[in-house]
Design a protein around this ligand. Structure first.
Ligand SMILES: [Zn+2]
Length: 282
């Protein structure tokens, strides 16, 4: 896995699911085939036979002797009957990727959840003697206060994968989850930014070294060309669009790396605004 170094900040992707496809029309309800025709030939590959490729990965940040994880993917052994590829899988690749970096789960100091969807909190917990326990026993976990309040009030009706009960609640019950607000400093030079829309309390993490870890503010490079496309999984598609356009413009203006959760390898990009679209320049 390639590594991005910005000053004393080292950034490495840990892949849980390298590639899966989803019909563009399923992922983006406002998608239509004519959009692809207006793309440049190289960009048309983003949608192949009507399908979009996504990756599911965590970001490992290392700076000043601290090991920080952003998002924890799908995880292992989780009951996900609505999602056969996630259902009771062994998830061994993700642990191997961590091991390859010379780290064990107990070496992780901080785990930040950009939001509480099932593909971002899975490795938060592992199955031990029939119970879900924190995978990262020495870590301080963090998530947005507003995000937690939303899911804790609605999970019985809204959490179709059941991730809240097996991957969030056990962390809270152990006293390992900290709830944070917009502007909270996760570590030196790393600041949480409230970015609502995909979920109500979604957080990005901004590095002052020139990177924005933006979770699910954007899912696919297709949304660089058509930032108006919100996903079917966005709780508030209109707000998600507004947040995305603001963040893409800021990232373009500041020449920062944009580092989402689901882009293909290497998983990061730099963008430049051209008219109403954004072009990848790295
Ligand atoms: Zn996601």
């Amino acid at each position: 896995m390639s590594n991005l170094t910005l000053g004393d900040l080292s950034i490495t992707g840990l892949t849980d699911i390298k590639s899966f496809t989803i019909p563009a029309k399923t992922l983006f309800p406002d998608f239509n085939d004519s959009l692809v025709k207006s793309l440049e030939p190289s960009e048309q590959l983003i949608v192949s036979k009507g399908l979009i490729n996504l990756t599911i990965r965590s970001w490992l940040l290392r700076q000043s002797g601290q090991n920080i994880l952003i998002d924890t993917c799908v995880g292992a052994e989780k009951n996900r009957p609505n999602h056969p590829h996630w259902h009771r899988r062994d998830g061994i690749e993700w642990l191997a990727a961590l091991d390859k970096e010379g780290l064990k789960p107990e070496d992780i100091d901080i785990v930040m959840c950009t939001h509480l969807h099932a593909d971002h909190v899975g490795w938060n917990t592992k199955l031990e003697n029939g119970s879900w326990v924190p995978t990262f026993k020495n870590a301080q976990y963090v998530c947005g206060r507003h995000e937690y309040n939303y899911w804790s009030a609605t999970y019985k009706e809204t959490d179709k994968h059941g991730a809240y009960e097996d991957s969030v609640l056990p962390i809270v019950q152990k006293g390992q989850m900290q709830f944070v607000d917009d502007g909270w400093e996760l570590a030196k030079g790393l600041e949480a930014q409230l970015s609502p829309g995909h979920t109500p309390g979604h957080l990005c993490l901004k590095s002052n070294k020139g990177a924005l870890f933006c979770g699910d503010v954007i899912h696919s490079p297709l949304q660089l060309s058509f930032p108006e496309l919100s996903s079917a999984f966005c709780e508030n598609p209109i707000l998600a669009r507004k947040t995305r356009e603001k963040i893409l413009t800021e990232t373009s203006d500041s020449d920062s790396y944009l580092i989402p959760a689901h882009f293909a390898d290497p998983g990061w990009t730099k963008i430049k605004k051209v008219g109403s679209r954004y072009k990848q320049i790295v």
